[in-house]
Design a protein around this ligand. Structure first.
Ligand SMILES: Cc1cc2nc3c(=O)[nH]c(=O)nc-3n(C[C@H](O)[C@H](O)[C@H](O)COP(=O)(O)OP(=O)(O)OC[C@H]3O[C@@H](n4cnc5c(N)ncnc54)[C@H](O)[C@@H]3O)c2cc1C
Length: 315
């Protein structure tokens, strides 16, 4: 369920004038480093290597969403083109996450496709089977084009994975058709946008129940036989425990699925996941355009506002 506070922070995340104002403030910028893994490809790579030392995999995301300037969409692809060979050279089992609106889908679909194909052309031909280009899922108006984008990338030989949102009522049928298309990897999330009751579950108990129903499908024999690698992205400990139990029941060993959390969020729970012998990946955003991302983190947990207050107060 998206709260009034969360809707408010989503609106602030999309405000261009606020973004320009906040991103110029060095104190808030330094507070954001709690959630942001670096300002460029080199620092993002260093963060991924440091996480590897702790037995944690990374999913790198070049910051920027709902981009309306075509030049910035091209810069996004340029950054990913610089990053991909470096990850490969370091043998990192690192996913690269991308939002459709980052590469032009909020401007016109043709621009998004053009950028997607540029990205596909630069994907290393020899890649680790577990290194996916993970497409994030944005608001409900983008679901169809996101599924089409994944198919386009897969048709060009890219190991393209997709994020599905448990709160959308259509997701059960989307998952079934993706499994028929032999999607190699799905990342399941609850869903972070404010969607109406007609198309989405809106109460947290309903969303968790939908999440577990979808998790059971992702861990089923049918999904395993189709070659699916399931990723469960959540910070919810009860959900994590239930998924682990589902995995045991379905005969999935740790390493045949993984949990994913956001960089900087609930580090004690991250340590618990590793201690339980499960595989953990962290979603590590990098880049200079950090305010919309940080605002959404504050929307998900008002406690994160404390970091910003402390920074503003110089502590
Ligand atoms: C790796 C990853 C990728 C994601 N990609 C997408 C995407 O592509 N599209 C999309 O719509 N959504 C995405 N999300 C967000 C997701 O949809 C949820 O909104 C978010 O994860 C909150 O649900 P939860 O199950 O993690 O935690 P909840 O059940 O909401 O909360 C569990 C506990 O974790 C704490 N918590 C949750 N989130 C945070 C946070 N950010 N900071 C601090 N504490 C927190 C809560 O305060 C609570 O104590 C992604 C999330 C992750 C982890």
């Amino acid at each position: 369920m998206v709260s009034v506070w969360q809707s408010f922070m989503i609106a602030l995340a999309r405000s261009g004038s606020l973004t320009r104002f906040v991103q110029r403030n060095p104190r808030i910028s330094s507070a954001a480093s709690q959630f942001v893994g670096g300002t460029d490809e080199d620092s993002a790579l260093r963060t991924a290597l440091a996480l590897k030392q702790q037995g944690i995999r990374a999913s790198l995301f070049f910051l920027g969403e709902y981009i309306t300037d075509p030049a910035i969409t091209r810069q996004t692809v340029d950054s990913l083109q610089r990053l991909l060979p470096a990850l490969d050279a370091h043998g990192l089992d690192t996913h690269v996450s991308v939002d459709p609106t980052q590469i032009g889908y909020a401007i016109r679909p043709e621009l998004g496709e053009e950028n997607a194909l540029r990205l596909a052309a630069s994907f290393p031909a020899q890649h680790s089977t577990r290194s996916f280009l993970m497409i994030d899922m944005e608001d409900a108006s983008y679901v169809d084009c996101t599924i089409a984008l994944r198919s386009l990338l897969a048709s060009r030989g890219v190991p393209a994975a997709i994020t599905l949102q448990a709160y959308l009522r259509r997701t059960e049928s989307d998952l079934a058709s993706l499994l028929r298309d032999r999607v190699p990897c799905v990342r399941l999330v609850k869903g972070a946008f404010s969607e109406p009751g007609g198309i989405a579950w809106t109460h947290s108990a309903e969303i968790s129940a939908a999440y577990l129903r979808l998790a059971a499908v992702m861990l089923s024999d049918q999904a395993r036989e189709s070659g699916l690698f399931p990723v469960f992205a959540t910070h919810n400990e009860a959900l994590i425990d239930s998924i682990r139990a589902l995995a045991r029941e379905s005969g999935s060993a740790p390493g045949e699925y993984e949990f994913e959390m956001l960089y900087g969020v609930r580090p004690k729970l991250q340590a618990k996941i590793l201690a339980a012998g499960d595989q953990l990946r962290l979603y590590v955003p990098y880049g200079a355009h950090w305010w919309p991302y940080t605002a959404r983190r504050i929307g998900e947990n008002p406690q994160n506002l404390i970091f910003v207050w402390r920074a503003l107060a110089g502590r």
